[in-house]
Ligand binder design. Structure first.
Ligand code: AMP
Length: 572
């Protein structure tokens, strides 16, 4: 029987081990059901025994001197690390992580794992590569091949079904991990994958986003406690960083998160609690420049490879931090296309290493099975007008196509008028910006409590493997939540209250026209015309005039509104 060769992504922040069996690549759950192992080692003071992974990470706040993280940054350097009064080389520490992964994989597979393929960043030099092989040897493993991380990621995408037509051979791998950022341009011609250019920043990653949020939380803590300042000792720093990371991760899926933590610090024998609500907008404004730094590297690497952004056929996102919506938004602007994850960005490199291992041992590789959403799912919003129909018809995506399920995502929308009575929540499936071209999968009415215009309403979708979507609508700050379950596969909406007959739907055109009438940047003449046509329009609706007549006036109104918008644009 052939022995299994595993693939290992030995990351700065996290590591993953995967294998290929019967043509399918699979990441192995190494602790508590998760395949993601923090690349952290923590030593006991007495006998220098050690912990690896989440347990080691949990000890970081209490035993910072005995806990070692991000050792990958030191690989290939002539340096030592001191813990429990002993010196360790970076290779020693990495070997403990590799050994731990191989042992868990051996238990899972029921056979001893001896051979592995290990990935390294494309920019790793010879000394760093040799140090990685040495770490494998120290762990009792035979490193049969070292593979570049972007190449491993691209290898996975060779085996993912794609409905794209003729594709360009150029692929960009954007990898934002915990501590490092790498971007590479690959040229793919069949089996040959060449790294054309690679760049990055070895001191930029998800940790920097945590750091920014931590500084903000510290300021809030000081403010809430009515103090001038608080001394940031190691324990407070680690605790706040941990809170910041959890909040950051939550903000990838929802627009707000509540941070409620007791006894974050002790001042004068008094415990200080943290109780604030963070918004994604605040987080994004605190970290905007970090995203910009990655985008400058992207531009640099495109220039180096002598490739235009339009020539890139595929963008592969790797690293947990690429789940931040700001990453996808920034890339979509530069590449004028929607950017998606179709393979879990945390597992992608390890799965690629497993495929490489399988190719070495002569395994056949099949299609990678993905439990992902087949279509984007979202709601109709009234803040954009479809140019063809002139009707407000904008499809706002909440869960993107190809997102791994189960998943839960939320977005925030705003009311249009003061004391708005309610909203029609219309759920669509599809990829077009226009709801008319997508499929309506269900709708229901949501009553609002009286509130000023522009009040936030949060819509959350939780999609499970059975095709059920639980939708929760929440009028923020008004204790007004409603939950509805939608059966996407059978197109059924449950728990839908009857829509009230007397309800007057919000008329978007009239509302917008009303806003223009009040906009004093417009000439008085134009405002007067809008006022008159709007009055006849409202009168026609009130009097129940026939549809053609109402549409005729509506068309006139829309025309003048367009003129007004142009005037506003010119005035900017
Ligand atoms: P990696 O080194 O690829 O494992 O990436 C780890 C980094 O990804 C850490 O900074 C995590 O905090 C970050 N990360 C993981 N999941 C998410 C998420 N859903 N949103 C934002 N950052 C995330």
């Amino acid at each position: 029987m052939k022995s299994i060769v595993c693939g290992i992504d030995l990351g700065t922040t996290n590591s993953v081990i995967a294998f290929l069996r019967d043509g399918y690549a699979e990441a192995i759950a190494v602790e508590d059901g998760t395949a993601i192992l923090p690349s952290v080692v923590s030593f006991e003071a007495g006998d220098c025994s050690y912990w690896v992974g989440q347990r080691a990470k949990n000890r970081r706040a209490a035993f910072p001197e005995a806990t070692i993280s991000s050792v990958k940054r030191l690989m290939g350097k002539d340096t030592t690390i001191t813990a429990c009064q002993r010196s360790f080389t970076p290779e020693d520490i990495s070997s403990y992580i590799l050994k731990h992964l191989a042992e868990r994989a051996s238990e899972h597979l029921g056979e001893r794992i001896e051979k592995v393929v290990v990935t390294v960043p494309a920019y790793f030099d010879d000394a760093q590569r040799r140090a990685t092989i040495r770490a494998g040897e120290l762990a009792g493993l035979d490193v049969v091949r070292i593979v570049n991380e972007p190449t491993a990621a691209a290898l996975v995408y060779d085996h993912v079904q794609s409905d794209a037509g003729e594709e360009s051979p150029y692929v960009m791998v954007y990898d934002l991990g915990g501590g490092t950022f790498d971007v590479s341009i690959l040229e793919i011609r069949g089996e040959i994958k060449e790294v054309l250019a690679s760049s990055g920043d070895t001191s930029l990653g998800g940790d920097d986003f945590d750091e920014r949020l931590k500084d903000y939380l510290l300021k809030e803590l000081v403010k809430q406690a009515g103090l001038e300042s608080i001394e940031e000792d190691v324990r407070l720093r680690v605790r706040l960083l941990d809170i910041a990371e959890r909040a950051k991760i939550a903000l990838s899926d929802r627009p707000y998160v509540k941070v409620q933590e007791a006894a974050v610090a002790m001042v004068g024998g008094r415990p200080l609690n943290l109780d604030i609500e963070l918004s994604r907008d605040t987080f994004q404004s605190l970290t905007e420049d970090l995203i910009d730094r990655t985008m400058r590297k992207v531009e640099e690497v495109l220039k180096e490879a002598n490739i235009d952004s339009d020539d890139i056929g595929k963008i592969i996102l790797v690293g947990g931090a690429t789940r931040m919506p700001a990453v996808i938004e920034a890339l979509s602007v530069l590449f004028h296309e929607s950017v998606e994850h179709s393979v879990d960005p945390d597992l992608c490199v390890a799965l690629g290493a497993a495929i490489q291992a399988g190719l070495i041992t002569g395994e056949s590789v099949g299609q990678i099975l993905l439990d992902v959403t087949a279509h984007s799912l979202g709601v109709k919003t009234l803040d954009m007008v479809d140019p063809e129909t002139n009707k407000p018809d904008y499809f706002s995506t909440i869960i993107r196509r190809n997102t791994r399920i189960p998943v839960s995502r939320a977005e925030v929308y705003r009311t249009i008028v003061d004391r708005q009575r309610g909203v029609d929540v219309e759920v669509f499936q599809g990829e077009s910006f226009s709801c008319l071209e997508n499929t309506l999968v269900g709708s229901f009415f949501y009553d609002l409590k009286p509130a000023p215009a522009y009040s936030p309403v949060v819509v959350e979708f939780a999609y499970d493997r059975e095709g059920l979507v639980r939708i929760c609508v929440d009028q923020k700050g008004y204790d007004n939540r409603k939950e509805v379950t939608l059966d996407i596969r059978n197109r059924k909406v449950e728990d839908v209250p009857e829509r009230k007959a007397a309800e007057t739907p919000v008329n978007y055109v009239a509302e917008k026209a009303g806003r223009l009438v009040r906009d004093n940047r417009l000439s008085e003449n134009l405002r007067q015309v809008i006022r008159q046509v709007l009055a006849s329009y409202e009168e026609a609706i009130r009097a129940g005039e026939n549809e053609d007549r109402v549409e005729e006036i509506e068309d006139r109104l829309l025309e003048i509104m367009e003129q007004a918008e142009e005037e506003l644009e010119l005035s900017e």
